[in-house]
Design a protein around this ligand. Sequence first.
Ligand SMILES: [Zn+2]
Ligand SMILES: [Zn+2]
Length: 324
Amino acid sequence: MRAAQFTGGGRIEIVEAPEPQPGPGEVRVRVAACALCGSDLRPWRRGWPVISGHEIVGEIDDVGHPRHGERVIVYIPVFCGRCQECAAGRTHLCRESRELVGWQRPGGYAERLAVPERCLLSVPDDVPDRLAPLLLDTIGTTAHGIRLARRVVEGGSALVLGAGPIGLGAIIVLARIGFAPIHVVDPASYRAAFAASLAAFVTSPDQPAEGRFHLVVEPTGKGAAPQSALEAVGPEGAILQLGESDAWAITETRSIRLKDFFLVRSFYFPIGSYPANLELLRADRAKYERLVDATADLDGLSDLFQSFAQGKNLKPLMLPSDAR
Ligand SMILES: [Zn+2]
Ligand SMILES: [Zn+2]
């Protein structure tokens, strides 16, 4: 089968890879689409030993299997289902998990892949392939983080520091559950304008936002964003830090000292939150559709990554050309 290999320096080679052989408890999935993610840029720049791609929708392609033909998305942590965290429903925190799909084991920038059956989530007919991958990082991760934050901050004003896919996903979810007003900061005018079209107020990065917000969402972990989050959160408010982060360089200031606040950190989401996340997709379907702003087949993946890395797309999709 054909697959994309990240060979380093932002190069992608389309190679003839061995057909995936499902092990015990695994099934073969034919990839219908795989969404590009900001976290892919690191392996894309460095090169990566396995096939990347972790926001996958496809169809079970295992003749004779009872679920053959079923449309599924792929939950990326290969969780054990037995440890203390799994037993408590926190499958994304599994203590035995050693592999993430698209990181330590082959992912979705390919025609097919093998996936442990427990990592497959059934996609209902009303959710098309181009929207289904958004149920993972864009909706799953943001909604779970926001649910955690709501244990300490019910609602009120929110600031989102960055209007990439996770930031925009956070704006849509926050608006849906009643946070208002929602402000956003993003240096890229294209992304800021998109956030404004979702009814967020665009705040200049230089505009001081000291201690005003009930909730500050920090989805980038980059540069000055963590410091901005600490300055912007209000008394007894919460900072929600989502996804990957660089090292935090923080300077303690008087304004940070003179307030009490909560820090909420989350990376992925428990598999059991899927039904609730589906409802979020259905409730704001038109907004999520607009996030998917470019597509390419495997041969076009290299150009698509170049454009994505330059911040020209929000949530592009790779759709492999018809499986051979
Ligand atoms: Zn991702
Ligand atoms: Zn476990």
